[in-house]
Design a binder for this molecule. Structure first.
Ligand SMILES: Cc1cc2nc3c(=O)[nH]c(=O)nc-3n(C[C@H](O)[C@H](O)[C@H](O)COP(=O)(O)OP(=O)(O)OC[C@H]3O[C@@H](n4cnc5c(N)ncnc54)[C@H](O)[C@@H]3O)c2cc1C
Length: 408
């Protein structure tokens, strides 16, 4: 338990939640939240979903300005932290001013990966990460425009769906053999390829963009096989890189993010790292992971806040995630990316699908579309921490409620 100042770097999902949870846990010390973006902390998921239609930035805010005043949280916007001085236990701000901490929480998130190809600096080439990006997209996109998305991950496909609905002609270029390949099973990828194609989106897999061409403004993309696709707008949705540099430059260990132990502590016991910027060993699978999800950012923040307020316990929340695409909701419980055995149930024709995922015969999670009850029960099963095998599911005819009963 500490009582001195807690400094939080990054005011996104994880940074905001840390400050709010510290107060909920009764922490009475000084809290500073330092973020480099303008404005109050906001939620990112709607940026590639409802925000394009609604444009209501107020609705994205976690809390209004009063919340920070009432809870005595020193929130500072447009305040990038440049360095950490671990010897003096202080952070260095842009103007070389310093701020001392007893405990430092790094919640610096990720930034979009740029591509090493020509033309990324042309005028109508965009990416989506921040509210500023989303506002720019809303101001620029017009119905009827030809849009090329480079990258068919979650954000690329969500944005593709939204722009298609708005009346743009959307083409998605994906380097892998299927979209969302890193994160979901083949069955879910093919379901969404089918759905988006039906809605009029062209998806090209196994295709690399070699350059974006145009003078001043992008006019299209050229693929590695020489094909050209004309475009009025080009989006780079090629994944992200963790903002771990302020950690590594201060001597913190990193490996695809800032490395933390099961308590979410870095190799410096006075510094925690959480959310999209942090790599940790997932307890269920033993794998080193860095998760990019609201659940992980919020739950890790709560875990750190509890520890700082005197109630420590290791982080072992069950990962879950959702994505809205083409009017359908994908829900995932557990880490299904490495599953070797997949069993599908549902009625795909009617947009109902559950993929049960097993790794070395062990149940690791589900992916669902239109079958929210399965997702909810699967989370409960995973939360029990009990090891279940494929035969447990076969014996219950893949009825998750029956499986859950067995865990009790
Ligand atoms: C368009 C979009 C859609 C998404 N949709 C979903 C979804 O449907 N479901 C889901 O679970 N997740 C979704 N996500 C992911 C989710 O938003 C992130 O996992 C979550 O925001 C991570 O929170 P974080 O606090 O770790 O990082 P962030 O929210 O990225 O916050 C990090 C903050 O730190 C700031 N920062 C970085 N370095 C410094 C520094 N040196 N000094 C000061 N500030 C700094 C950054 O500018 C940023 O403001 C989406 C993300 C995006 C961009």
């Amino acid at each position: 338990m500490i009582d001195g100042p807690v400094v939080i770097v990054g005011t996104g999902q994880a940074g905001f939640q840390t400050a709010a949870s510290l107060r909920l846990e009764g922490f009475g010390g000084k809290i500073s939240m330092l973020g480099d973006e303008p404005g109050l902390p906001y939620q990112r998921p709607p940026l590639s979903k409802a925000f394009f239609r609604e444009g209501n930035a107020e609705r994205l805010l976690f809390r209004n300005r009063d919340f920070f005043e009432k809870n005595n949280i020193n929130f500072r916007e447009r305040c990038p932290v440049r360095a950490i001085d671990r010897q003096k236990k202080q952070v260095v701000l842009d103007d070389a001013a310093t701020m001392p901490y007893q405990h430092l929480v790094l919640a610096t998130g990720t930034r979009n990966r740029n591509l090493p190809i020509g033309g990324t600096d042309l005028k109508n080439v965009m990416a989506l990460r921040t509210l500023e990006d989303a506002n720019r997209i809303r101001e620029t996109a017009r119905a009827g425009q030809r849009v090329v998305m480079i990258g068919g991950g979650f954000i690329g496909l969500e944005l593709a769906g939204v722009l298609n609905e708005f009346g743009c002609q959307v083409t998605v270029i994906e380097a892998e053999s299927r979209p969302m390949a890193r994160s979901v099973s083949e069955r879910i990828s093919s379901y969404f390829v089918e759905l988006h194609s039906r809605n009029g989106i062209a998806i090209h897999c196994n295709s690399m963009v070699s350059r974006i061409f145009g003078n001043d403004r992008a006019e299209g993309v050229e693929l590695a096989d020489g094909r050209e696709i004309g475009a009025d707008l080009v989006f780079i949705c090629a994944g992200v890189v963790p903002n771990s540099e302020i950690g590594s430059e201060a001597g913190l260990e990193t490996s695809n993010g800032i490395l933390v132990d099961e308590m979410l502590l870095t190799n410096d016991p006075d510094i925690s790292a959480i959310g999209d910027c942090a790599s940790f060993v997932h307890r269920g699978s033993g794998r080193l992971v860095r998760l990019e999800s609201v659940q992980n950012a919020a739950d890790q923040a709560k875990c750190v806040a509890k520890r700082l307020a005197g109630d420590p316990s290791p982080y072992d929340a069950v990962p879950w995630f959702w994505s809205d695409q083409g009017g359908k909701k994908l829900q995932i419980a557990g880490l299904t990316g490495h599953a070797g055995q997949l069993i599908c149930r549902g009625d795909e024709e009617n947009d109902k699908l559950t993929v049960f995922a097993f790794e070395n015969d062990r149940f690791v999670g589900v992916e669902t579309v239109g079958m929210a009850a399965n997702y909810v029960v699967a989370r409960k099963i995973l939360e029990t921490g009990r090891d279940l095998t494929l035969s447990d599911f076969e014996n219950s005819d893949f009825d998750l409620r029956e499986v859950l009963k067995k865990t009790g």
